[in-house]
Write a protein that binds this ligand. Structure first.
Ligand SMILES: [Zn+2]
Length: 440
């Protein structure tokens, strides 16, 4: 955020200041950053902290003057002009948010979806080009396609992840065939799914709560010892937390203490609502570092995207989802909606950096439609951002306003996500409408 007087922007001072801040970013090795600037001459005081080093640097990069030239005194400016003004600059690096795609694992559980190995390779390459940080490929050892898929890593930039259970109780990770299959896979990271709801530990695993914790820790240690990044999907975390918060939390804590890079909080049943997600993730990130906490949301109340955004607000820094929201039952959090929201919308765009850059964001519509083609399904016309109707209008007043300035009825420019504006001819468009009429 850069706060400057619009008048000074027209005089070129803001341009000079922006240029200086960009050079500061480059000098510090930061690729992207935001700067809060307050100009006391104009009574802007949006910044609490100032940085002496930034001021010194500004002076050295604005040709000897800390305050860029301003030909006229601005309204409200005290006598003495900008020479007496003090500029405060606060440089903040954006926080990195990591994107994790599970289209090839959780998305493959969608009814009617059956990815071939060629489909899997094509999707992995597409996710890699898009800028996804982690691509989860499936369960090596569980079926022949996945075992073959994990014989050679299909991604160049993205970390390729193998998914499987923690070791079984009663044996060591070194003697567990499931863990061995994960360690044999050509993968950068291993994702262990673990029970974090005490009820499931008793009923599904039939072991003690302590034994389950040992299964998590031992499995993570085995993956780390084999040189892999480890993460733990805490299954049913939110239901588990509501039933027994200290045990659910202990599962995540044990994973991190054993060396896992991430503890991922899963809303496996998909029934948790955004306010609950925000409260619970907030409680977790008060005691565990948010930069090692992830969110995995299912869409059973049509809130998977909202739940993911709530978790980010509460401190989670890894976001899991699938292309087009694929997934069993009602699907997973839709990365095709989340990515542009994180890249383009208000606070999220200002606070966070993601691996998807401006150029690859423009491929998003194509990526979404390619997935539909692979599944032999018609693309969803009404999909947010990427649907054929997402930037289409046929209401007369909307169309005439759009023709004057597209921003009147568009929340983002369609080309930013590779989509197109469409103005449809209809009976309504032919009707002369009063300039005061509108639709909501
Ligand atoms: Zn899931």
């Amino acid at each position: 955020m850069l706060y400057v007087d619009p008048a000074s922007a027209r005089r070129g001072a803001a341009t000079a200041l922006l240029d200086a801040i960009e050079r500061l970013a480059a000098a510090r090795g930061a690729k992207r950053l935001t700067a809060d600037v307050s100009d006391t001459a104009n009574r802007y005081s949006n910044v609490e902290a100032s940085s002496a080093s930034a001021a010194i640097w500004l002076r050295s990069t604005t040709n000897g003057s800390a305050t860029p030239p301003c030909p006229k005194r601005l309204p409200g400016q005290p006598p003495g002009g900008r020479d007496n003004a003090s500029l405060k600059v606060k440089i903040m690096a954006r926080e990195r948010l990591y994107l994790f795609d599970t289209t090839l694992r959780d998305g493959a559980l969608t009814t009617g979806v059956d990815f071939s190995i060629e489909d899997k390779r094509q999707i992995a390459a597409m996710l890699d080009a898009l800028g996804i940080d982690y691509v989860e490929g499936g369960y090596p050892g569980a079926n022949p396609i996945d075992t073959k898929f994990f014989q050679s890593k299909p991604t160049k930039r993205a970390r390729f992840c193998a998914f499987g259970m923690t070791k079984r109780p009663g044996r060591s990770a070194a003697n567990d065939p499931g863990v061995a299959a994960l360690l044999q896979a050509d993968a950068d990271a291993i994702v262990f799914v673990a029970k974090s709801w005490d009820y499931h530990v008793h009923v599904a695993l039939g072991c003690s709560l302590e034994e389950n914790l040992e299964c998590i820790a031992d499995s993570v240690r085995a993956a780390v010892a084999a040189g892999r990044e480890a993460m733990v999907d805490c299954e049913h975390f939110f239901d588990g937390y509501k039933a027994n918060p200290s045990y659910a939390l202990k599962c995540a804590r044990v994973a991190l203490e054993a060396g896992a890079r991430w503890a991922v909080l899963c809303d496996t049943n998909g029934g948790t609502l955004p306010d609950e997600v925000e409260r619970i993730v907030g409680e977790v990130t008060r005691v565990l570092p948010g930069e090692r906490v992830g969110i995995h949301a299912h869409n059973d109340t049509d809130n998977a995207v909202a739940n993911t955004l709530a978790a980010i607000r509460a401190g989670a820094r890894q976001v899991q989802g699938t292309l087009n929201g694929l997934g069993e039952r009602c699907g997973n959090a839709n990365l095709v909606s989340l990515i542009p929201t994180l890249a383009l919308k208000g606070d999220f765009a200002e606070r966070f950096e993601i691996g998807v850059n401006e150029t690859s964001l423009r491929s998003l519509t194509k990526v979404s439609r390619t997935i539909s083609e692979l599944l032999n399904a018609a693309p969803d016309r009404h999909a947010p951002y990427v649907g054929a109707s997402a930037f289409a209008t046929k209401a007369g007043i909307h169309a005439s306003a759009l023709a004057k300035d597209p921003r009147t009825y568009e929340h983002v420019p369609p080309e930013t996500v590779g989509n197109k504006r469409a103005i449809l001819v209809s009976d309504q468009a032919a009707v002369r409408t009063s300039s005061r009429s509108c639709t909501a």
